[in-house]
Ligand binder design. Structure first.
Ligand SMILES: [Zn+2]
Length: 288
């Protein structure tokens, strides 16, 4: 997990894939990708071979001159290692929009996560806001003010403009107040929906085989693929809950664990106040 391929190595992976005649290539095209970075790189290559251009979801248009495949990532669980997927895309010449939340269980303002956001931008990707209406006031004006505030914070963190937004967990039934893009492009804007094919990897599962239509003989003109990079970091674990235990939970808690186990423990051991306190307690015990 720790020694990741570089961007150049991902480029070489794609070139090798193109050069190597694969036995049963026809059946290969009918297979949904495996949830791993190689599987993702392979998918990007197959989509390109099918004649698609790639574009970030945050730059969606209602009409396209060439068949377009919009890449979108919702960051629901953690930012750690999300840049590994960004490296794969950059190596293969594809750009995506990474929708980052301020209200999930990771700290966007921590130095490590700010560095990851800067890396996404440096690789040519776009950062968008993943808003959660559960945390928003119900009054529409107050909600818009909150949205602007979150966009401003995220823009400060990533050092780039944030011009696109999308909603976290739209299935909860809350009305999507910001679906019709005004200030910010929303890929779920109904004005962008005509003919758009939407595919998501939620819960590390493919709902159906829609993705394969894009690789077949009658591909749709506009596709939005929404993937969660946290779910693609280790292809060796297939079973969903084992992946949750073995990959997601350690990654989601790693920053806090390292801080508590390293920095805080060191401080508690060596802080002058602690030594004075312990000497006082010891002295009181000896006097008793
Ligand atoms: Zn989400």
């Amino acid at each position: 997990m720790d020694r990741q391929p570089t961007r150049a190595q991902w480029r070489e992976f794609a070139a090798r894939r193109r050069r190597t005649p694969r036995p049963g290539a026809g059946s290969e095209h009918r297979r949904l990708p495996e949830f791993g970075l190689e599987g993702y790189a392979d998918l990007i290559g197959r989509v390109r071979d099918a004649g698609y251009l790639f574009a970030p979801a945050g730059e969606m248009r209602s009409e396209v001159r060439r068949r377009t495949f919009y890449l979108r990532h919702d960051i629901d669980l953690h930012l750690l290692h999300v840049d590994r997927m960004a490296e794969v895309e950059a190596g293969l010449g594809a750009r995506a929009t990474y929708y980052v939340a301020l209200t999930q269980q990771y700290n966007v303002l921590s130095a490590e996560n700010v560095a990851i956001l800067h890396r996404l931008v440096a690789l040519g990707h776009q950062v968008g806001l993943h808003y959660d209406l559960v945390c928003y006031p119900s009054d529409p004006d107050a909600a818009l003010e909150r949205l602007d505030w979150e966009v401003g914070v995220l823009a400060r963190c990533c050092g780039a403009e944030v011009s696109s937004i999308c909603m976290h967990q739209p299935h909860t039934g809350l009305e999507n107040l910001f679906a019709i893009g005004g200030r910010y492009l929303n890929p779920h804007d109904p004005r962008l929906a005509r003919g758009l094919v939407y595919v998501s990897d939620s819960c590390r599962a493919w709902r159906d085989e829609t993705l394969l239509r894009c690789l077949g003989s009658d591909p749709p003109d506009r596709v939005m693929l929404n993937t969660h990079p946290e779910l693609w970091l280790d292809a060796s674990i297939l079973e969903r809950e084992r992946y949750l235990d073995g990959v997601v939970m350690p990654n989601a808690t790693r920053q806090a664990s390292l801080y508590l186990d390293g920095t805080v423990r060191e401080l508690w051991r060596n802080h002058a106040g602690g030594r004075v306190h312990d000497a006082r307690v010891l002295g009181a015990r000896e006097r008793a």
